[in-house]
Design a protein around this ligand. Structure first.
Ligand code: ATP
Length: 517
């Protein structure tokens, strides 16, 4: 899927500002990619709105995935299931009992932390524990703990050699240590022991608000595919191996939503359940899907250098899981999970068969026996891809104009596949009808198939900069040569190289057909 254009997409590290995250959040707001939800009321933590450019980018990410995952494959079909499902679905899936994160409260500040994101270390001087320090998970957790340990030693005026800190998370603290570790908010030992916090949002369905009306907003789209498995098998001519895919909103009451849209409480998932025979080579199939997902991320412009794989250690897997590999992405705040690819055995279908009393089996012609299929599940968040493409594509560069003046340009190197606007049509002068008529004719024609923008406001250089920031791969300028010289050619200006060439309308359409798919 990857095309030659992609090798030029990535922003070089030297073109990225020190604090890329701040720059991205600011660009996202300034240009209408992402806003805080309910901003005029002070915002609502963990929820976001997508503005005009953002909604196009998000739609393109979704469309590329749907086209490649569903339409262009013969073995995957799509569905769309309801966000609120029968509460028994979530009992059978294990979410009611086990979809929890360990929660820690600070009794004084009332701050809440995820125990596995709250780190601590004993402060050891000459082999003796003289106190404890804590820090929240970040790229610099260990450095922060070390600095806190040095500061504690100084404050207590203790002589001797300080041992290097050993960062552990709060779930690893004994009851005695819990009572001694300082809260990051107060600096005093004000933390509660960790307790399980269920992340599903509850609601009530119907007029009664009692225990019998409790329902949940789905925390993942995957259960829709399991619950509808038989419906899909019975109504479609699907044969193993085959997949069922879905894109949709999911909701998790995250204890600490953070890092902009990376971890939010309402987000969108793209998930696919790939059903295989119980005797199939699941390991091979798992590996093939991991590679498919990696290639897909490259095809929408993510640089290979930012991707890595993380295999979950066997001892940390759920009992039914045979293996989970995450595709990790190097975000500005650290390497984090982007896409999880799990081999889930027959756990989900078996759970639903037992809870509903409806067998979820297929008949094996060869052995004349019934069996429950096994599943490989690639699950990814649209918003995490969105943030990854902004982070990898963002750059600030010094450029020299025709007069030799150096100025800064902000550019978003988005792949043409997902860029919100594919081409900007710019008549050289706003008040020359001969130019604007030709520009409008081209704009109208392109608009039928592509997201394009017509912009006649301001100097041409300014207009190029506006489009650079929005991630538009090409600008087309209609100038006097278009009208006066034979060939009806336009200036095509490429975003990344800023190179200008002359092209005809036919050549422009051919370029778009090749690059936007
Ligand atoms: P994490 O460990 O980061 O909380 P997870 O392992 O719980 O993620 P999964 O349940 O595997 O995530 O969900 C599949 C995908 O959905 C993730 O890889 C991620 O891309 C996305 N996702 C999960 N939680 C969130 C969230 N709170 N906000 C945005 N995207 C999310």
């Amino acid at each position: 899927m990857a095309s030659g254009y992609l090798s030029r997409l990535m922003s070089t590290p030297e073109a990225q500002p020190e604090n890329t995250m701040e720059a991205i959040v600011s660009l996202a707001k300034r240009r209408g990619f992402v806003f805080q939800s309910s901003e005029i009321y002070g915002g609502f933590n963990g929820f976001f709105d997508y503005g005009p450019l953002g909604v196009e980018l998000k739609k393109n990410i979704r469309d590329c995935w749907w086209n490649d995952m569903v339409r262009r494959r013969d073995d995957v079909v799509g569905i769309e299931t309801s966000i609120i499902m029968h509460p028994k679905v979530w009992e059978a899936s294990g979410h009611v009992a086990g979809f929890t994160d360990p929660l820690v409260d600070c009794k004084v500040s009332k701050n809440r932390y995820r125990a596995d994101q709250l780190f601590w270390s004993p402060v050891v001087v000459d082999g003796n524990v003289v106190g404890y320090v804590s820090a929240l998970e970040s790229e610099k957790t260990t450095e922060e703990l070390q600095a806190a340990a040095e500061s504690l030693k100084r404050k207590k005026a203790i002589q001797g050699t300080l041992a290097p800190v050993v960062a552990k998370d709060f779930t690893e603290a004994s009851a005695e240590q819990v009572s001694l570790i300082p809260s990051p908010a107060t600096g005093n030992p004000d933390l509660t022991p960790p307790r399980s916090f269920n992340m599903m949002f509850q609601t009530n369905v119907g007029a009664m608000t009692d225990a019998s009306s409790v329902a949940y907003l789905r925390p993942e789209t995957a259960q829709g595919m399991f619950v509808d498995f038989k419906n899909v098998v019975d109504t479609n001519r699907v044969k193993l191996p085959f997949g069922i895919a879905q894109i949709g909103k999911s909701f998790r009451n995250e204890i600490t939503p953070r890092n902009f849209i990376f971890r939010s409480r309402e987000f969108e998932q793209m998930e696919m359940e790939y059903f295989i025979h119980e005797d199939a080579d699941w390991d091979k199939c798992h590996k093939e899907w991991i590679e498919w997902c990696r290639q897909w991320l490259l095809s929408i412009g993510l640089p290979e250098s930012h991707l890595s794989l993380y295999a979950h250690p066997k001892e940390k897997l759920a009992f039914y899981s045979r293996g989970t590999v995450d595709i990790m992405f190097k975000y500005p705040f650290g390497v984090q999970e982007l896409w999880g690819i799990a081999a889930r055995g027959s756990y989900d279908l078996t759970q639903h068969a037992n809870a509903s009393g409806k067998p979820q089996e297929l008949f094996d012609e060869a052995s004349k026996k019934k069996f429950v299929p096994h599943v490989i599940e690639p699950a990814v968040g649209v918003d995490r891809i969105f943030l990854a493409v902004l982070a990898a594509g963002y750059a600030e560069e010094d450029v020299t104009d025709e007069k030799g003046n150096v100025e800064k340009r902000t550019v978003l190197r988005l792949s043409p596949r997902i860029a919100p606007v594919k081409v900007a049509i710019l008549p050289l002068l706003k008040n020359k009808e001969i130019l604007t008529n030709r520009a409008k004719a081209l704009y109208t024609k392109l608009k039928r198939n592509y997201a394009v923008q017509y912009d006649d406001g301001g100097a041409i250089g300014k207009r190029y900069r506006r489009q650079d920031e929005a991630g538009t791969p090409w600008c087309v300028t209609i100038d006097f040569d278009t009208i006066e010289k034979p060939g009806d050619t336009f200036t095509l200006r490429e975003r990344d190289s800023m190179k200008q060439t002359r092209v005809t309308e036919t050549e422009l359409f051919a370029l778009l057909a090749e690059q936007v798919y």
